[in-house]
Design a protein around this ligand. Structure first.
Ligand code: BG6
Length: 493
């Protein structure tokens, strides 16, 4: 719980992320008493706006995007009164001096130097400029009190990430830098740790000895929406695999941490990233499939192809889908494939982890028409939030034949009001807990793990784009990737 006076400075406060996620997160932290009464938000943006104009814009968006609106009106009004707007030009030094004097005025009003949390909700190319001015003017000079949150992607490849980090480290200590991956704030992602290390019965099975393969899916129904300009230069590998999916992989495959302290957990996660087998350039096609959506139907409604979407080049080769097979070179997982896939405009929104166990060594049973189903553990991250254990039971009747059954834990049955990922993460950053944020070595390893793929793809543009229909489960090659090993993509239901 953060009980210190705090000033939150949001760069890019008029942007999409701020409106959908950040202001609702701050509002809910306030309503839950996780912000000190002495707190202020300084919203920075390029346009000229009065405080009142900006505040009504925030209220309007809270009504659309916050998980809480109706009953909290009075308190929400109180929350809003803590927000002020400041016109800011990222390239102009005087803007930073204005910010400096605003910060000092607020400190004077509080009667003490408040903690400062700088939230960079802007494209990565601005980070260098902002950080350089912050250093020059000493905006975040207090190592103990000042923190910075940086959105992903952190750089666009390993080399640029290293350069960015070196530059940032001239202004901030590692302890001050909070690199956000919002998937780590999701309740069900955190629950993976609880499930694995809070129970004794699954862990002994959690290895190459009993597991056949692991499948991690993050599928979205949405396309690129209003973000075409950003997405064109990024693509699914950098937008989703390098961060969200590799982080879920870490949670699934990591060893038990010595304690729940931030670095103990992050050390074990970094081990997973280090053990990802690096592939050679001529193996890229064997292990990875890329795709781009064509026009199709989502839940019966026609949608255009990626190349027809707003802000997208008509001959774009940006991938909107990736499926890959990963091996972890360590004792626990040697030889076990981890299949990762993510895509936009897929048949349905679904994030899940499926652990498929090895078949029984010998079976004398006969089976119903479904046949023998492998034992599976299914962890649904979103929108379904549940854990299912699938196993075989006797089919009721005279003969001794089997049929599949399942046990289910549904997250909604014990909680109706989970905090949003951004709420959890911002709350942690305010409280100085970096456990759910990415330490530099994790980011670097994650870039390293995909570097060869990035290079090969850059040098060999795809010849078959678009290669999957909107509303499908991706290109056929993704099925072949698993079929080579006698596996299939498994449904999460
Ligand atoms: C973001 C990506 O990090 O995650 C987006 O940049 C993606 O492209 C989003 O749509 C998915 O997040 P969520 O929480 O909706 O699954």
């Amino acid at each position: 719980k953060n009980i210190s006076p705090t000033i939150i400075v949001i760069f890019g406060a008029t942007g999409d992320l701020a409106k959908r996620k950040l202001f609702p997160a701050f509002q809910n932290l306030f309503l839950d008493g996780r912000l000190d009464e002495k707190f202020k938000i300084i919203a920075l943006g390029r346009a000229e706006k009065s405080d009142d104009e900006f505040r009504s814009y925030v209220v309007e968006n809270l009504n659309t995007f916050s998980r809480r609106t109706a009953n909290c009106d009075e308190r929400t009004q109180e929350f809003i009164s803590h927000i002020s707007y400041l016109r800011h030009d990222i390239d102009k030094e005087e803007s930073y001096y204005q910010l400096d004097s605003k910060l000092k005025d607020i400190d004077a009003g509080f009667g003490e130097r408040a903690n400062r949390l700088f939230y960079l909700s802007i494209t990565p190319s601005f980070i260098t400029t902002i950080s350089a001015y912050m250093k020059k003017i000493g905006l975040a000079a207090n190592e103990k009190q000042d923190r910075i949150i940086i959105e992903k992607p952190f750089g666009y490849d390993k080399t640029s990430a290293i350069a960015l980090n070196e530059m940032l480290s001239q202004t901030f200590k590692e302890e001050q830098i909070y690199r956000i991956d919002h998937y780590l704030g999701k309740e069900t992602v955190q629950n993976i740790l609880a499930f694995r290390f809070g129970n004794s019965m699954f862990e002994p099975l959690w290895s190459r000895n009993f597991i056949d393969f692991v499948q991690i899916t993050v599928a979205e129904e949405v396309g690129v929406e209003e973000r075409g300009g950003f997405y064109e230069g990024v693509g699914a590998l950098k937008d989703m695999i390098q961060n969200h999916l590799l982080q879920i992989l870490c949670m699934t495959a990591m060893e038990a941490p010595a304690s729940l302290r931030a670095d103990d957990i992050r050390n074990r996660k970094a081990d997973v990233l280090k053990s990802i087998r690096r592939i050679k350039p001529d193996e890229v096609d064997h292990y990875i499939v890329r795709g781009q959506y064509d026009a199709g139907f989502i839940k019966g409604n026609p949608v255009p192809g990626y190349r027809q979407d707003k802000g997208i080049a008509p001959d774009s080769n940006t991938e909107t889908y990736v499926a890959m097979k990963i091996y972890l070179d360590n004792w626990r997982w040697q030889g076990i494939p981890f299949y990762l896939r993510t895509g936009k405009r897929m048949e349905e929104k679904q994030s899940s982890i499926i652990i498929q166990f090895k078949p029984v060594p010998h079976s004398s049973f006969s089976y119903g028409k479904e046949g023998m189903t492998p034992n599976r553990l299914i962890i649904n991250i979103q929108p379904a939030m549940d854990i299912k254990l699938q196993f075989m039971t006797k089919k009721p009747g005279l003969s001794l034949s089997l049929r599949p059954a399942e046990m289910v834990f549904d997250y909604f049955s014990c909680s109706t009001m989970s905090p949003e990922a951004y709420e959890t993460l911002i709350g942690d950053a305010l409280a100085g807990d970096p456990t759910l944020f990415m330490r530099w070595d994790q980011v670097e390893e994650a870039w390293d793990a995909i570097e060869t793929i990035q290079q090969v793809w850059k040098n060999t543009p795809p010849t078959n784009f678009p290669n999957y229909k909107a509303g499908s489960w991706g290109p056929e090659e993704a099925d072949e990737l698993l079929a080579r090993q006698g596996h299939k993509w498994v449904s999460n239901t």
